[in-house]
Design a protein around this ligand. Structure first.
Ligand SMILES: NC(=O)c1ccc[n+]([C@@H]2O[C@H](COP(=O)([O-])OP(=O)(O)OC[C@H]3O[C@@H](n4cnc5c(N)ncnc54)[C@H](OP(=O)(O)O)[C@@H]3O)[C@@H](O)[C@H]2O)c1
Length: 284
């Protein structure tokens, strides 16, 4: 059975694990051998270098490009030499240029899913519709998605152009999507929500969490005979909406273990207990 996960590559390159092309290629092949064939890229990752790393790794791996799915993003412009201010940009010029760069970096002639990376407050919906339609007709992009769009913004854009998912930040440490309908909305559209950073940066920079939560996570890991990362994932997977976690580990062994979280069923009380301790207050 193919696990319903996407492999995140954000931490593969510089500012992450700084994997070499050889290491990335090995990781890609290991994922592929496990039937993990959906890879999520972020065009700006690793100071705009991770797409290039992935493209080189794919080429080296010898894997047939048509047997994997590649998603990437557009729409964020960092401040730098040309721009003094970080902006969102969903203009035709930006999107077309960004897609062409991604295709070149990834050494492919099509992107499976192009995500509009953030909800651009200056988004011109008609222009966006025209741009995305043009990209689809040209064959450069097969499907579109959004990231971190509000439920309402997703609905508005969806009426213009089919979207496959709204990639959303969601974890025990960042449960906002539970309360603002971005997860619930996926039911209406019969879509899966891809969730990113499902471990909530728990393992990054020795994230400080309160002692009570730490103790509870340890006690749940004993109770369910699971690792802490499996418990954190199982917590996200308990929601009755269709969730596809994007796993950001660079270790195939960890990824394989994390997938086992799909078979951990936290009790309703345990799920609410973790939410309560994480938020510092019970539900109303
Ligand atoms: N749309 C957006 O705006 C957006 C934003 C952020 C991310 N994303 C996507 O989501 C993907 C996943 O995000 P994420 O990387 O934050 O995911 P994550 O799976 O929550 O975190 C992965 C990180 O946790 C570490 N980790 C996992 N299990 C561990 C363990 N048991 N012990 C120690 N360290 C452990 C990994 O280290 P190891 O590599 O050593 O295992 C890695 O550094 C990204 O790659 C990207 O594709 C999208």
């Amino acid at each position: 059975m193919i696990p319903h996960v996407v492999i995140g590559t954000m931490r593969w390159g510089s500012r992450g694990k700084d994997l070499s092309v050889d290491q990335s290629s090995e990781l890609l092949k290991s994922c592929y051998d496990e039937n993990l064939v959906k890879f999520d890229l972020v065009n700006i990752s690793g100071d705009h270098t991770t797409e290039n790393l992935f493209g080189a790794a794919l080429e080296k791996s010898g894997i047939n490009r048509n047997t994997i799915k590649i998603s990437t993003k557009c729409g964020i412009v960092y401040s730098g030499t040309n721009h003094k201010t970080k902006t969102y940009d969903t203009s035709k010029t930006h999107i077309i240029t960004s897609v062409n760069n991604s295709l070149k970096n990834l050494k492919t002639d099509y992107i499976d899913v192009l995500f509009i990376h953030k909800q651009d407050y200056l988004m011109n919906l008609d222009q966006l519709e025209t741009t995305l339609t043009e990209l689809k007709l040209s064959g450069k992009v097969r499907h579109f998605g959004t990231c971190d769009f509000s439920a309402y913004a997703f609905k508005v854009l969806y009426h213009k152009i089919p979207l496959i998912t709204n990639q959303t930040k969601f974890s025990l440490f960042y449960p906002k999507a539970l309360f603002d309908n971005t997860l619930l909305q996926s039911i209406h559209y019969h879509k899966k929500t891809q969730i990113y950073t499902p471990l909530g940066d728990y393992f990054i920079n020795k994230k400080e969490i309160n002692a009570q939560l730490q103790n509870e996570l340890v006690s749940m890991s004993e109770k369910y005979n699971a690792t802490l990362d499996q418990i954190l994932l199982a917590w996200t997977l308990k929601v009755p909406y269709k969730i596809t976690p994007i796993l950001g580990s660079t270790s195939i062994e960890r990824i394989k273990e994390q997938i086992k979280a799909f078979s951990i069923d936290l009790s309703v009380e345990d799920w609410y207990k973790l939410l309560e301790i994480s938020r510092g207050q019970p539900v109303d």
